[in-house]
Design a binder for this molecule. Structure first.
Ligand SMILES: *Cc1c(COP(=O)(O)O)cnc(C)c1O
Length: 374
């Protein structure tokens, strides 16, 4: 057995090599490295792909979150709710704007935020804290329930921001991520479902006012001209070179989604009697950024897999309310039992589009065997 990769960006590159070369050569020829024609072209292509009216690319998924919060006017004195079980950037973006995060728990089946606790937190607040927004995270590629969130947002007059860094390409009842929330942020970090060869991100919206604000905010808050500054913004544009790479990757993106979905469903079918496997709500597809199972005796499984040279990752070993930099913001009255428990029990397995049949068989064979020692 050759070495199994957790991700395989090399085989992916082979598949798009010629179009990649052509696209990169074009950029080197016109030398328009900042906001070159490929950036506009990519934004158009992503608007068509998602069905969202506007796509605003930016320098990273983290910046997409910061820009979104700024576009909503969120900052000092404001509070933003987010799940504790997520990637640190979700909480970091809130804190960087000067606002304060309120961590809530997640559901055990979806890994997405717990709507019951969200409502309870908003109900108990009774306007004590100035809660402006909720950042819902589509963890591991599964979109949150934006219908439920829309109803909550109306009832309590708060904004919903989708952290779709891991779910680009997924959909709910045929509607694509990017068109499910009023503001959707995604990341093009190389390991995300649609990744470039560096940092990159994008924001999607159907709202023209928000779009205009975001276009200004990502370029230092410029207004009618480059040197007329109307807002305090960021330097957060997507490089032309990264846009050219993403345009090449989009050619195989849907094919990759199908392969990952097939792999995840095969793993679910073979493992569901032995492990807690991820389940999709009806009508919802996942981008399968990660295939994550829950195992009580995780250490034992990790040692076994190491011995068999099967790669794995733990996303995430520490919930946000226990991070040294964020723990001061943990609210003792909000129970975060499941976030704690998941940090101790989750393990992600390779699910990428380039897994060979023999590799899948090998992984499944050993996961079944490992069950005897767990
Ligand atoms: C990766 C990720 C981010 C940040 O994206 P970057 O492009 O790395 O800045 C934010 N939120 C979640 C849930 C992520 O997985």
């Amino acid at each position: 057995m050759q070495k199994i990769n957790f991700l395989d960006l090399e085989l992916q590159q082979n598949k798009i090599k010629s179009i990649l070369d052509t696209n990169l050569k074009k950029v080197l020829n016109h030398s328009n490295y900042i906001m070159g024609p490929e950036v506009k072209q990519l934004e158009k292509a992503l608007e068509v792909y998602t069905g969202a009216k506007y796509c605003i690319t930016c320098a990273s998924g983290t910046d997409a979150l910061i820009l979104s919060l700024l576009a909503y006017g969120i900052g000092k004195g404001h509070f933003v709710i987010c799940p504790s079980f997520t990637f640190p950037a979700t909480a970091e973006a809130i804190l960087i704007t000067g606002a304060t995060p309120i961590f809530i728990d997640v559901g055990k089946k979806t890994f997405n935020l717990c709507y019951r606790q969200l409502e309870k937190t908003l109900e108990n607040n009774k306007n004590k804290l100035d809660i402006k927004a909720v950042i819902a995270v589509d963890l591991f590629g599964l979109p949150a329930n934006y219908n439920k969130l829309k109803a909550i947002s109306k009832k309590y007059n708060i904004k919903i921001i989708a952290d779709a860094a891991q779910s680009f390409g997924a959909s709910v009842n045929e509607k694509k991520v990017g068109n499910l929330a009023s503001l959707t942020c995604t990341s093009f970090f190389p390991a995300k479902p649609l990744g470039c060869y560096g940092d990159g991100g994008a924001i999607f919206t159907n709202n023209k006012i928000l779009k205009d604000k975001l276009v200004s905010l990502r370029a230092h808050g410029k207004s009618t001209s480059k040197y007329k500054i109307s807002k305090i913004g960021l330097n957060s544009r997507l490089d032309t070179i990264q846009a050219a790479i993403l345009l090449a990757k989009m050619k195989i993106f849907d094919w990759e989604l199908v392969q990952r979905d097939r792999n995840a469903k095969l793993f679910n079918f073979e493992l569901e009697k032995l492990y807690k496997v991820p389940k999709l709500p009806k009508g919802t597809s996942s981008a399968w950024a990660q295939y994550t199972i829950i195992v009580e005796k995780r250490n034992k499984l990790m040692n076994y897999l190491k011995g068999k040279k099967i790669p794995f990752m733990v996303y995430y070993p520490v919930p946000m309310h226990r991070q040294p930099a964020y723990k001061a913001y943990a609210d003792k009255n909000i129970e975060l039992k499941r976030s704690k428990e998941l940090s101790r029990t989750v393990i992600s397995l390779p699910v990428h589009a380039y897994l060979k049949e023999t590799e899948k068989e090998y992984i499944l064979y050993h996961l079944k065997r490992a069950k005897n020692i767990l």
